[in-house]
Design a protein around this ligand. Sequence first.
Ligand SMILES: Cc1ncc(COP(=O)(O)O)c(C=O)c1O
Length: 377
Amino acid sequence: MNFETSVIHLAEKPYSDNIWGDVVKSIHLTSTYQLQDLEPTGHFYQRYDNQTREALEKKLAYSEKANYCLVFSSGMAAITSVIFSIININCMIAAFDDLYSVTKKIFNHFLPKYNIVVDYIDFTSDFKIREDVSLVWLESPTNPLMKMIDVKKVVKRIKENNPETVVVFDNTFLSPYFYNPLDDGVDIVVHSATKYINGHSDCMAGAVMLNNQQLFEKIREYRNNFGNALSPFDSYLVLRGLKTLPLRMRKHQENCFKIIEYLKTKSFVSKILYPALCEKDYISTSVRGFGGTIGFIVDFHRSQIGQFISNLKIINHAVSLGGVESLICVPHFSTHKGVEGIPPNLIRLSVGIENVNDIIDDLEQAFAKASSVQSKV
Ligand SMILES: Cc1ncc(COP(=O)(O)O)c(C=O)c1O
């Protein structure tokens, strides 16, 4: 079944779990289930089992070409569940030197008490990695510097070094529609499904997809006992959002290409960060698209950036990304506050699926107001 068909039809077959022939999976609400036997085998308790959640997991597993999927109450719930299912006291972790700030926070603030060292590596370089590393954490493009790595090449080197190393890849930015990291030898894929997978900025969700049954069982055990699975209502929202992922991703990308052409005409935009602008050496051949988020650096001082942002009329000033509506933020002051190496004049634009001319007009009028501040200084 092709991607577009699977996100609509898979796990939502009429009469599969009700007598009404619903064509849409219902929000299945029960905290517990009547047991059929003293030693029951079927659905047991909502923290472990839920039909709406399971339908979403089936679709998401297929979308990442994985045997298994588990969904969580947020991207961070998914990420921490993977980390804590794999680590042991005193183990070694290696991570890409540019990662989502809160993933880094988990590594830097929470793992040292287990005597775990995280070695940050620039995987875009000719890197060396210790043989005793049990977990490697990758993200590409990175948030917000949009650094790319050729995942296939990087994973090959890691596995040559030690085939037992578990490689995890955060695929939030490209979504399963544009990239399937398992194709490149990655062991576990994680997503903040809050972003493109749900796509409507109305719920938090996380997902983990993988093929290794033992690892799947470990992570499921962690989730079922720690109680951070996705609720039935949010599972329904993500199921609904996922159906339009292919359409949305194509439109996000189409809008990005046009906005990049527009930004190139602005002399005060000194750099544009977008995966399609990276050198080909840094992009795996399995990547099918470049996503919907652009970074750009403006030669503006702080008050001009403030003017620019506050004068936007359509684009919302908000953190997060991947929704149908365009969102803009300045990571240095918000999502990545206090993180080294994030310039204060880097703007992150999550390009929505609006008419691109309206987005460009909005940028144009806000840039004009910000530029006039400069001339008054
Ligand atoms: C790349 C990436 N991974 C993970 C997360 C965390 O996801 P959530 O906010 O759903 O917990 C984010 C959030 O911005 C992200 O950008």
